[in-house]
Design a protein around this ligand. Structure first.
Ligand code: ZN
Ligand code: ZN
Ligand code: ZN
Length: 215
């Protein structure tokens, strides 16, 4: 519900950068060792949803369903809804290996839940030779949690979101102390583009924010 993109911490060097300079920064890590294209091992994937973003490193051998699981884990999963990767309204087969589908500059849209849909723009920002990078999909950078102050006391971090207030044009953010416990429907404040949608409460987000080694 914030409108500007917040900063993110690079998990390779653990320094913080503005959203607009992150891609350039990440590439300084990835392109240090130049190698013939056939030695490429990983794609750099940017996932973008409103003011939320993730830069993901993915082995070329991963499948699209791996990216689906990944996005569900950190951003999406509420009740096991259907999801798809779409190009020009055509669905891409999730059983495909990334290297069969993705290339530098490739774009598609990920849709989670065909009812209350959440959309993610996927873009491939190059392939790189990183033989020592993680063999699983991993987050290189993720936007810092957006600031959400309690709209009542305006002092504490909000942990509770009341969508009814949001729809009525009121400040929907509450800290635990200011939140009226009789409110029937509320969500947890989460670092996800699906915050406040359907039953999403961020239960599956097990981001340990670990440093990543690629060399
Ligand atoms: Zn860095
Ligand atoms: Zn749901
Ligand atoms: Zn408060």
């Amino acid at each position: 519900m914030a409108t500007t993109k917040v900063k993110g911490v690079c998990r390779i060097c653990e320094k913080e950068y503005a959203a607009s300079s992150l891609l350039r920064h990440i590439k300084t890590h990835l392109t240090k060792e130049t190698a013939p294209k056939q030695n490429d091992t990983h794609f750099l994937i940017r996932a973008n949803a409103g003011h939320h973003y993730m830069y993901i490193l993915a082995p070329l051998k991963s499948h699209l369903y791996d990216l689906d699981h990944f996005l569900r884990n950190y951003w999406m999963e509420c009740c096991g809804h259907l999801s798809s990767f779409m190009v020009d309204r055509e669905e891409i087969d999730m059983d495909q290996m990334m290297r069969k589908i993705f290339y530098d500059g490739f774009k598609c849209e990920y849709v989670y839940d065909w009812g209350s849909s959440t959309y993610v723009d996927i873009e491939i920002k190059g392939a790189y030779a990183l033989p020592n990078a993680p063999k699983e999909l991993s987050i290189l950078v993720r936007n810092n949690p957006p600031d959400a102050l309690c709209g009542q006391c305006e002092k504490k971090q909000a942990t509770i979101l009341v969508m009814e207030d949001y729809y009525n044009g009121k400040n929907p953010f509450y800290c635990a102390d200011c939140h009226d416990e009789d409110t029937e429907y509320y969500h947890r404040v989460t670092n996800s583009p699906r915050m406040g949608v359907c039953g999403y409460d961020g239960e599956s987000d097990d981001d340990e924010q670990e440093k990543i080694s690629i060399s």
